[in-house]
Design a protein around this ligand. Structure first.
Ligand SMILES: NC(=O)c1ccc[n+]([C@@H]2O[C@H](COP(=O)([O-])OP(=O)(O)OC[C@H]3O[C@@H](n4cnc5c(N)ncnc54)[C@H](OP(=O)(O)O)[C@@H]3O)[C@@H](O)[C@H]2O)c1
Length: 227
């Protein structure tokens, strides 16, 4: 059955590959990014919806429901948009932390807040975090703002699963290892990941369709390698 799906950060990298995957499989998808150029080049079919938004701006959020006025439900929300800044802690400003938390933590909170009224017990929220945010995992110097803001997203997942227990939606978090995208290349220029966006997108695609039958409130490590 065709699902109604919202993906943030769909303009490039993992989110773009995910968007294509859902569209190729005839699901109805809303893709959100600031730059929607690549999304606009995909063939225009009725299931395709794209929206250029900066998710760090509170005024953006009222435009999301306006973009899908005919949707009476949302089956899957994938909070994928992310921002990574790599700097020694002593050089990270309050602004660096504020921006990281604004996109990596507050944006998923706002998405969940506006979309849960359209979600049911069988709907699935998939938060995309990083392996470094998992307690006890290997840590990377220079990623304090990124990793702490993603760790908050992991914790939010566990907490909301309790709060949503009776009426849904189901909520899980995937803590990814390295995938060869612009974000990784910028942060670790000399490192080459073994996974490309299409490979991890295929896993996230299947997990977002099936994972809610097996997991709730879980932070799952999906990591074969890290820098
Ligand atoms: N690649 C990895 O190795 C890796 C590892 C662990 C976790 N992850 C996580 O996986 C997710 C996807 O990462 P990626 O590697 O595909 O990163 P990416 O290539 O940098 O893509 C990030 C996406 O987020 C969007 N975005 C950034 N700022 C935004 C804003 N203010 N408002 C709306 N959208 C915004 C970007 O589009 P615009 O710039 O056009 O807005 C882009 O589509 C992220 O959450 C990341 O933390 C990645």
């Amino acid at each position: 059955m065709s699902k109604r799906v919202i993906i943030t950060g769909a303009g490039r990298g993992i989110g773009y590959a995910l968007f294509k995957n859902f569209l190729d499989n005839r699901h109805e998808v809303l893709g959100i990014s600031r730059d929607i150029h690549h999304l606009s080049l995909l063939s225009d079919i009725p299931q395709k919806h794209i929206l250029s938004l900066d998710l760090t701006k509170i005024s953006s959020y009222e435009r999301i429901l306006e973009a899908i006025p005919h949707w009476d439900r949302v089956d899957i929300l994938i909070n994928n948009a992310g921002y990574l800044i790599r700097k020694p802690f002593k050089n990270l400003s309050d602004g660096d932390f504020e921006y990281s938390f604004s996109l990596n933590t507050l944006a998923p909170i706002r998405m969940i807040r506006i979309l849960t009224p359209l979600m049911s017990r069988s709907s699935h929220i998939v938060n995309i975090s990083t392996i470094g945010a998992v307690q006890g995992s290997k840590k990377f110097p220079g990623l304090a703002a990124y990793t702490t803001s993603k760790a908050a997203l992991c914790n939010l997942t566990e907490l909301l699963s309790e709060e949503f227990k009776s009426d849904g939606p189901i909520i899980n978090c995937l803590a990814l290892g390295s995938v060869q995208t612009e974000m990784l290349a910028q942060a670790f220029p000399n490192y080459k990941a073994s996974l490309i966006p299409e490979e991890i997108a295929d896993y996230i695609y299947r997990f977002s369709l099936e994972g809610q039958k097996f997991y709730n409130g879980k932070v799952l490590s999906v990591s074969i390698a890290t820098p």
